[in-house]
Design a protein around this ligand. Structure first.
Ligand SMILES: [Zn+2]
Length: 276
């Protein structure tokens, strides 16, 4: 007899051994590997590392964005817990979502940006209809509006959104109160709640311009803030949008975010096209 059965082979010196590992041996190996991987876990990336990665992947402006992000984190280390997220492909714009929001999925304060290739150009184009905002940002950076490059503008947007996140980190309000405070601020705008992108829609314009004497009413109410408008008046729909942009930038939560972005960008000898 040369075989005991198909799974056994004669052992040199006598006796029998199993030819192949048994199911038990395989399970033991898997269990051992699992123990090893538990005791030596693959190093999980920190939020900071993930953020740097996603910023760097932007393309032409990636290193620049990552550099400014690190400068902000260096000054305010609490920001390294804020998650930077990529907006879905083709979605321009930027916004912050605090962990107080019902839509928040990560349990961290989040900011959303378009970080696909060429996004710096798209942000600039998107803001070509918000000249007042561009003017006010340039004024803060002590440059001419024409000197605000797409790369610098995208850095500004990143820092501005981080500013909102910092506001959420340091607020003394409860989450509910903070959300309500923002909603209340928005209602104070000349066109309450009106976002610029909505005001640019023809149907919204048509509806608003039907309101009797809307330009005169706004001219009167905002007389002290439009002294540099032609004739000190809201002359047309373009002026109405300009006023809305100006008042939006004066909302306390927007001033906080803009102050933050300004302080970071002016914290170094400012060269708009250089990584710090
Ligand atoms: Zn903002």
């Amino acid at each position: 007899m040369t075989t005991k059965d198909s799974g056994w082979v004669p052992k040199p010196g006598g006796g029998w051994v199993r030819a192949k590992p048994t199911i038990y041996d395989e399970l033991k190996d898997i269990a051992n590997e699992q123990v090893e991987s538990v005791s030596k876990p693959e190093k999980k990336k920190s939020v900071l590392e993930q953020n740097i990665e996603i910023l760097k992947a932007q393309g032409e402006n990636g290193d620049n964005l990552a550099g400014w992000y690190l400068r902000a984190v260096e000054k305010y280390p609490e920001l390294k817990e804020v998650l930077i997220l990529q907006r879905p492909e083709g979605k321009i714009g930027a916004f912050s979502r605090s962990k107080f929001s019902k839509k928040n999925a990560s349990g961290r304060h989040e900011i959303f940006l378009d970080l696909t290739a060429g996004s710096e150009q798209r942000y600039m184009e998107d803001f070509s209809h918000r000249q007042e905002s561009i003017r006010l940002i340039a004024e803060r950076l002590r440059i001419q509006p024409e000197a605000l490059s797409p790369r610098t503008f995208q850095v500004w947007i990143l820092l501005h959104e981080l500013g909102h996140a910092l506001d959420h980190i340091h607020t003394n309000m409860t989450g509910k109160e903070k959300i309500k405070a923002r909603a209340d601020e928005m209602k104070t705008l000349p066109i309450g709640n009106g976002r610029i992108e909505d005001l640019r829609k023809p149907e919204v314009k048509e509806e608003l311009m039907k309101k009797p004497n809307i330009l005169e009413v706004l001219s009167e109410k905002y007389r002290s803030v439009i002294t540099d408008f032609r004739g000190g008046k809201v002359n047309d729909y373009e002026d109405l949008i300009r006023l809305q942009e100006r008042e939006y930038k004066s909302l306390p939560s927007e001033v906080y975010a803009d102050d933050f972005a300004t302080s970071i960008m002016l914290s170094t000898k400012f060269d708009p096209n250089k990584t710090p």
